[in-house]
Design a protein around this ligand. Sequence first.
Ligand SMILES: Cc1cc2nc3c(=O)[nH]c(=O)nc-3n(C[C@H](O)[C@H](O)[C@H](O)COP(=O)(O)OP(=O)(O)OC[C@H]3O[C@@H](n4cnc5c(N)ncnc54)[C@H](O)[C@@H]3O)c2cc1C
Length: 374
Amino acid sequence: MAQVIIGCAISYYLAQAGAQVTLVERDTLASKASRGTFAWINATWAKQPRHYHRLNQMGLDGWHELEQALDIPIRWGGSLEWFSSHERQVTLAADIEEQASWGEAAEMLSGIEVSALEPNLTVSADDAVAYSGGDGALDPVVACQRLAAGAQQYQARILEHCEVRSALSNDEGSVTLSTSLGDLVADRYVVATGADSLATQTLAGVTIPQRSTPGVIVMTKPLPRLIHRVIAAPGIHLHQRDDGKLVIGEQSGAPDNSAHTMRLRGRPTRFPTEATALAHAERMLAITRHYLPAAAGAEVDEVLIGWRPMPIDGHPVIGTPGASPASYLAIMHSGITLAPIVGQLVAQELLTRTPSPHLSNYRPDRQFSSVQGY
Ligand SMILES: Cc1cc2nc3c(=O)[nH]c(=O)nc-3n(C[C@H](O)[C@H](O)[C@H](O)COP(=O)(O)OP(=O)(O)OC[C@H]3O[C@@H](n4cnc5c(N)ncnc54)[C@H](O)[C@@H]3O)c2cc1C
């Protein structure tokens, strides 16, 4: 049992290796975090410490392979990132120096150099901008669909609109998963339920401390090509997909007040009215137009609220918890970047029962520090 981009990737690699796989999704493929995501494939300075950076780097490498194997369109070209505060810029320059010393294709560019790469972008000549040349971005829905189709080619079964309600170990070592479409019997099951922290408790008897936060994603109607790279400008993230749609993500979350707490209870993925959705989109478009005046005529196509699966220390939770030996958890932020490598390593661990050293820092029974790792 496993779900969306993470579940699709694990299913693909498991099925490719010859395992009998059933992918179970309560809703439809790519309906939750793997839809309302910015979908930046990155191993930038923010991925700390080095072991986590390495895992993300392996994620990038994995996407290059999947791009070929499953014909997944990915827009490579790197990312450009800078901040408005002087202090933050100083740290950014130091972070980029560290990245370069780790072998990452990262460097600081001047505003003039950035203008040559992205002529439509407003940057001042004095701005220093971090360029991470290996980054890319994709359409997460297409990626999930291609991974799922790839898994199906290897005989994986996909059940949508199917909720897993409980998991019961049988005497003979198998597990019965009770679902809304009937019982499923399995040797092992993967809980890749994203930000739904109740699911790990119900299905694997383990509480993963999460601080899942919402983020608004706006997609415009198709525009002529305006930008070529991922842009992380002060207050806004942008990239333009191959279909011409501009994808806009905000950096700050919802204001921390009781009115918002009430509204966000139940974790909506859409705003309650179209007018509210458009007001939020307009707010983000105003910042976008500041950095990208050529987007002045952009029309809103879709406004989504995504909920980040975010273990409290910022790192993935991957592996079997002591409380439930037949289960295997795969819960993480940066799941778009990590999906290929997590898919490969989890499939290997499940099939060979040999722990991967690349996953040793992310086990579910670790002590979770509340220090934000990412
Ligand atoms: C606003 C935002 C921006 C982001 N930006 C980036 C980015 O730029 N780069 C990056 O790498 N990552 C980014 N992320 C993170 C990334 O999108 C997630 O880590 C990734 O999508 C998680 O995938 P998943 O498959 O684990 O979770 P999901 O896509 O949420 O899938 C989990 C699925 O489990 C299903 N489910 C839950 N319980 C059950 C049950 N009992 N039975 C059956 N099904 C169940 C749910 O319906 C859901 O579809 C972002 C996330 C958000 C929200």
